[in-house]
Write a protein that binds this ligand. Structure first.
Ligand code: MN
Length: 232
């Protein structure tokens, strides 16, 4: 696993995203991070990330996860991200790679359901369970036939049948950040986590929703921005 592709795509003096260092691989016994980031860039998608060997394996899921086992959701594998990325919520400047707004939509830990994760990934049949706030239970990522140069990057994310399977439209019914409880539009307006940090000095203890809009209103206004030129 390497962060070279991740780092090459980004200008860290400009984007607030973490530059990242590859962390040493964790022991098998320690819990591994799971996160989904809702990301409005050129188009809205959900970035599904699983910590593995010191980085976050990452897939972009255009329609987001479905709790319905009969629904297969396209998941395009993208470059590995640094582990620190799991807590990133805020705004990537216009014109930068992935320019737009990022929300921590769900987070928790994951557990492999196969002994040899590397082999499962290689084979394209990767089973795991999630211990998140919104998503739980057993899931699978299955590599599918893609097109052109990204043929081997195309997967399907599918919920297995278990007690957590449901026909509930989780993406529509639970649209808020699991960390700040904000909607994407509110994050876009408030310009990321800086407002909360400045207000409380502690990103973990955030003001209630009623106070937050006043905090945002009191924050200095940024100069008007140029027209959007975004890429994902
Ligand atoms: Mn993304």
């Amino acid at each position: 696993m390497t962060l070279k592709e991740y780092q090459k795509k980004r200008r860290f003096g400009i984007t607030p995203e973490p530059a990242g260092k590859s962390a040493p691989a964790k022991k098998q016994s320690s819990p591994r991070l799971y996160v989904i980031q809702k990301h409005r860039a050129t188009s809205l998608h959900y970035d599904f990330r699983l910590e593995w060997n010191g980085t976050l394996l990452s897939w972009a899921v255009p329609k987001g996860p479905s709790l319905d086992p009969s629904v297969k959701r396209l998941a395009m594998q993208v470059e590995d991200h640094p582990v620190e990325y799991a807590s990133f919520e805020g705004t990537i400047p216009e014109g930068e790679y992935g320019g737009g707004t990022v929300m921590v939509w769900d987070q928790g830990t994951w557990t492999p359901e196969q002994d040899d994760v590397a082999a499962a990934l290689q084979r394209g049949d990767f089973k795991f369970s999630l211990q998140g706030k919104k998503l739980q239970g057993s899931w699978v990522l299955v590599r599918t036939r893609g097109y052109g140069s990204r043929a081997d990057k195309s997967w399907l994310l599918i919920k297995h049948r278990d007690a957590y399977a449901s026909t509930k439209d989780i993406a529509a019914e639970e649209p808020r950040s699991i960390v700040s409880k904000r909607l994407l539009a509110e994050i876009a307006q408030e310009g990321g986590g800086d407002v909360e940090k400045a207000a409380t000095g502690d990103p973990m203890s955030q003001p209630p929703a009623s106070k937050r809009s006043k905090v945002a209103a009191a924050a200095p206004k940024k100069p008007p921005k140029k027209p959007r030129k975004r890429s994902s």
